[in-house]
Write a protein of this length. Structure first.
Length: 273
């Protein structure tokens, strides 16, 4: 294949991926009512492919979307992150016309004596900073870059380690005047990776040295094994979360009367034995 043909093929694939992402982001926004008229959005940018891709699309949608909204971005710079990507993010956001705020997060100060940093502690501290900044600056919507694979991995983690059926909802009301939204919820990760590779954003890798072999990584492997990476299988798993039939499932622990009667029955059976 000649270089010209290769570039043409790459361009067609990129255009197709771009159209798919734009269509599914818009669909998620409308289907789950993620954005409403005159919302003030705060886009959390980590510097990874997911948040950068979402920020790129939303910054271009804002001026002409059928529901007018305002958007600004924020990046939380962690004290334990090995590489500072703030300058690279500033340059990108400037090119996109997206105002960016950099927040400093000294995670080390919150550690107990002899306590080592961890992915969980860093994520919790970052989330706390994001929510505080959003409320302090008058934003009513915090935008996160979780995609469909993230949601399904969280489902597996909760089911396998916590005995809960819970994932990452497209929209979550976080107290009065603030909601958290995930407009990438209908998009599989590999589409985002393809788009980010095509754009070639010059962001230094900022892999966390404390990430390790986490449960999320194991859940990702299990999701891959179950679906064989098939988009249709992942989509059906995701849509199943909105098609629950309680009458065909065990009673929920949220119904104490039912639980009480079950416990009495179990106790009676034990006495009989």
């Amino acid at each position: 294949m000649t270089r010209r043909k290769a570039l043409k093929k790459t361009g067609k694939k990129a255009a197709k991926t771009k159209a798919l992402l734009s269509r599914r982001i818009s669909r998620a926004i409308l289907e789950y009512k993620l954005i409403e008229k005159d919302d003030r959005l705060l886009m959390a940018i980590s510097g990874g492919k997911d948040s950068l891709t979402l920020a790129w699309f939303l910054s271009r949608m804002a001026p002409s979307f059928l529901l007018p909204f305002q958007i600004k971005a924020v990046h939380v710079r962690s004290s334990i992150q090995p590489v500072d990507i703030s300058d690279s993010l500033k340059k990108l956001c400037l090119d996109w016309g997206l105002p960016l705020t950099i927040l400093e997060d000294n995670v080390s100060q919150s550690l107990q004596p002899n306590q080592a940093p961890s992915c969980f502690l860093c994520a919790r501290s970052r989330r706390k900073n994001l929510l505080h900044h959003a409320q302090q600056e008058g934003f009513n919507t915090l935008v996160l870059g979780h995609h469909m694979d993230d949601c399904l991995q969280t489902l597996f983690m909760n089911m396998l380690w916590h005995s809960e059926t819970a994932a990452l909802p497209p929209r979550l009301n976080h107290g009065p005047g603030l909601k958290i939204i995930r407009p990438l919820c209908l998009i599989q990760e590999h589409h985002i990776q393809d788009f980010a590779d095509w754009k070639g954003w010059d962001i230094p890798p900022g892999d966390c040295p404390f990430q390790g072999d986490s449960r999320r990584r194991k859940a990702a492997e299990q999701l891959q094994f179950l679906t064989k990476g098939n988009d249709g299988a992942k989509y059906r798993l995701y849509k199943a979360l909105s098609s629950i039939k309680p009458e065909l499932l065990p009673p929920s622990k949220q119904h104490p009367a039912t639980l009480s009667s079950l416990k009495k029955q179990e106790a009676s059976e034990l006495r009989v034995k």
